[in-house]
Ligand binder design. Sequence first.
Ligand code: NAD
Ligand code: MG
Length: 392
Amino acid sequence: MRRISIFGATGSIGQNTLDLIRRRPGEFQVVALTGASNIKQLAADAREFNAEIAVTADENLLADLKKHLNGSNIKASGGSTALLEAAEMPADWIMSAIVGAAGLAPGLKALEQGTTLALANKESLVTAGPLWMVTAAKSGATVLPVDSEHSAVFQALLGEDAATVERVIITASGGPFRDWPVGQLARATLEQALNHPNWSMGQRITIDSASMFNKALEVIETKEFFGLKSNQIEVIVHPESLIHALVGFNDGALMAHLGAHDMRHAIGFALNWPNRRDLPVERLDLGRIAKLRFEAPDETRFPALRLAREVMQAGGLAGAVFNAAKEKALDGFIAGQIGFLDMARIVEDVLTQMSGTSGHIDAAVTLDNVAQTDHLARIRAGEAIAEQAKKG
Ligand code: NAD
Ligand code: MG
């Protein structure tokens, strides 16, 4: 039996992963499942899959978790050290699907095992791409992308010579505000931002899709994962979201990957790799779909993509600043403290402030430096949010 662990098991990616595991009884032995505040779900999943251990990131909820696991022989633990310990438990396949920068440290720890790691947590590559890739190379781990665009690129590259790749094009749905004028965007509500036209995902990535911050993170993720130059990566808005990415080769050929909007596709590919196996996803009926549309992204209304290019240009710890400021600004938007367009403005402000010598963004990309930079960027973003909230 393959031993597997899922970090962020209670989230959207985690639940889709468990859905695939559930369909193949007797094939997998679940080692660790982790979550944060949704203790009921975590305990129910740990019981259903007879996990060795269930871990909550929130130490204060450990007593509650223990209560829910009462009478079982499943171990329970809580807090950030417990997450790291779970990442050290030997497993053949580990899913990294915690949301945000919080996924970096446990992901790196899991990577040190030299096992197969399915990477949904794009923030790992955005905040610490070089560190991540070096750790993977040292340990001999196999990292498989789970973001749909990156899984698509990975699949288009199978059997190809990386030196013949000219460019990679990742698609963006354009989100719920694709056609909205700037004036209307400024007044966009949380509820409207959560109304994604194609994909069903966790709350945070859904809002990031509406603002294009998700695509901005993915551009950086593409650069780090596939070792490309920033000018080799393009974004195209494709409202149907059926082509996930295209790879352009030096003979002018473009290899596209198409599939339904279902994350079980990319998760299943990573789970079954290096084989392909039947997956419970919709088969596309191209006659019914009839049309695929494409349009260039509008960086005036969605400045996140421009900021991503600046971050790649700056390199070093700029990705950690970008991600942390974005996470904090997103908290501010969710809490109703700032408007939709304020998010990009605040991230740009923090990037500018921290690009000076005081920001130390050219320091080495180590876990400590990333953590310090992340902390400082959140403070700066918090100040900017407070100022903006005062202005109203
Ligand atoms: P989600 O919000 O649905 O779930 C997040 C998971 O992380 C939950 O299990 C939660 O308990 C856990 N978590 C939250 N805060 C934590 C913390 N501080 N410490 C430890 N654990 C914590 O998120 P999601 O949509 O499943 O996304 C997970 C990751 O996958 C993100 O990095 C996202 O960008 C990426 N991703 C998601 C999708 C998707 O379809 N949902 C697609 C591509 C990539
Ligand atoms: Mg994606």
